[in-house]
Design a protein around this ligand. Structure first.
Ligand code: SF4
Ligand code: SF4
Length: 99
């Protein structure tokens, strides 16, 4: 199961996870490809925004979890109950139906 980015990323978007992902499958907050460049631009305002993990490309390696300073990333089956809406958000960002 892929990894999912949840609510603590909203308003943070610091891209620490992007830098450690071996398959470059973490994208956003706007583009479904790339490495979160838009979140690294000068003057970027993360309010209301988050990054996403491509469910088709994530290899479940766990590298991003310890890199996240706000503990926003979970393996899909371990997403906390009050964060489950973020599973659909991650899939829908890539135009996929949530499982
Ligand atoms: S679990 Fe691994 S492959 Fe999946 S998003 Fe995190 S670092 Fe990338
Ligand atoms: S490291 Fe965490 S807070 Fe930073 S962009 Fe990735 S998921 Fe969001």
């Amino acid at each position: 199961m892929p990894y999912i980015i949840t609510e603590p990323c909203v308003g943070t978007c610091d891209t620490a996870c992007v830098d450690v992902c071996p398959v470059d499958c973490i994208n956003g907050p706007f583009k479904t490809e790339g490495s979160g460049e838009e979140a690294k631009e000068d003057g970027f305002d993360p309010a209301g925004l988050q990054l996403y993990i491509n469910p088709d490309e994530c290899i479940d390696c766990d590298a991003c979890v310890p890199a996240c300073p706000v503990d926003a990333i979970f393996e899909e089956s371990e997403v906390p109950e009050d964060q489950e809406e973020y599973i659909a958000k991650n899939y829908e960002f890539y135009g996929m139906d949530a499982p």
